[in-house]
Design a protein around this ligand. Structure first.
Ligand code: BEZ
Ligand code: FE
Length: 273
């Protein structure tokens, strides 16, 4: 007579299948993923049809990806996982600037700018905005040679990579601080915009009654030799979507006034351990 195997014994068998691996970190991650997946299936009483629907959803998510569209990042963002990964990895000290999501619209190789240059397209419209501030260490000392890679949406609510009528590298630039750590970036006031909804993630948002808006923001990636890279945004205090960002990226410390054509923020970097 055979004994019926329980879900717990079944899980133990799958966990043991990784015993011979030479990569302990991979095994740690896989064992945890399998444990949580099995618990998820049991806890929800998953039906075969529901599991198949989940697999179809992930298949469509992969099929939506190409060189410029990354639907899996969008899924991770809208489920709050991207923000959690930043929170776990970055853990800023008390004085340091809060990080937020990277998002899918960063493009490497943006044009080098000098302080006071504009990243806006000539004739692109919108409300002119100057963002000023300084890059500092946690003791308040200014950091020279800090590089600020900046990107944002155009006044039409699209990134350059989403709009075939916009010149590549519009609303993008890289600024390098001098010894005073200060920066001055001319742009247009960012606008609230919708994350792409023409794929499976858009369907998921719709099916759960969620909106797809992000509050107006400008992205920054700040690097400086000897310091941890900071990936963050500044958000416009006037945005109506601050309390319901589709990707859960808002932090109070990153909300600034953008009225009257000017805004200011200091970025504080932690030293590299
Ligand atoms: C963004 O801010 O560019 C962004 C972040 C997450 C998902 C979609 C867009
Ligand atoms: Fe953005």
């Amino acid at each position: 007579m055979t004994t019926k195997i329980t879900p717990a014994a079944h899980l133990a068998e799958v966990q043991a299948s990784f015993d011979e691996s030479m990569n302990p970190r991979l095994v740690e991650i896989l064992r945890s993923a399998v444990r949580h997946l099995h618990a998820f299936v049991e806890e929800t009483g998953m039906t075969r049809e529901e599991w198949k629907a989940g697999i179809d959803f992930l298949t469509k998510t992969g099929q939506k990806c190409d060189d410029v569209r990354q639907e899996f990042i969008l899924l991770s963002d809208t489920l709050g996982v991207s923000m959690l990964v930043e929170m776990i990895n970055q853990r800023p000290s008390d004085n340091a600037t809060d990080p937020t999501v990277f998002g899918p619209f960063y493009v490497p190789g943006a044009p080098e700018k000098v302080m006071g240059d504009s990243i806006a397209s000539p004739g692109g419209g919108g409300e002119p905005l100057v963002i000023r501030g300084a890059v500092r260490n946690a003791s308040g000392a200014p950091l020279g040679r800090a590089r600020l890679d900046v990107w944002q949406v155009a006044p039409n609510g699209l990134y350059d990579v989403q709009d075939p009528d916009m010149a590549p590298m519009s609303y993008r630039g890289v600024f390098t601080t001098g010894a005073d750590g200060r920066f001055e970036i001319h742009t247009s006031r960012p606008v609230d915009y919708q994350i792409p909804t023409d794929g499976p993630v858009g369907q998921l948002l719709q099916a759960t009654g969620r909106h797809s808006w992000r509050p107006a923001h400008t992205h920054f990636m700040v690097t400086c030799p000897g310091y941890k890279t900071l990936i963050t945004h500044v958000f416009d205090r006037a945005s109506p979507n601050l309390a319901s960002d589709a990707v859960f990226g808002v932090r109070d410390s990153l909300i600034i006034d953008m009225d009257n054509g000017s805004a200011s923020i200091d970025f504080v970097l932690d030293t590299e351990q």
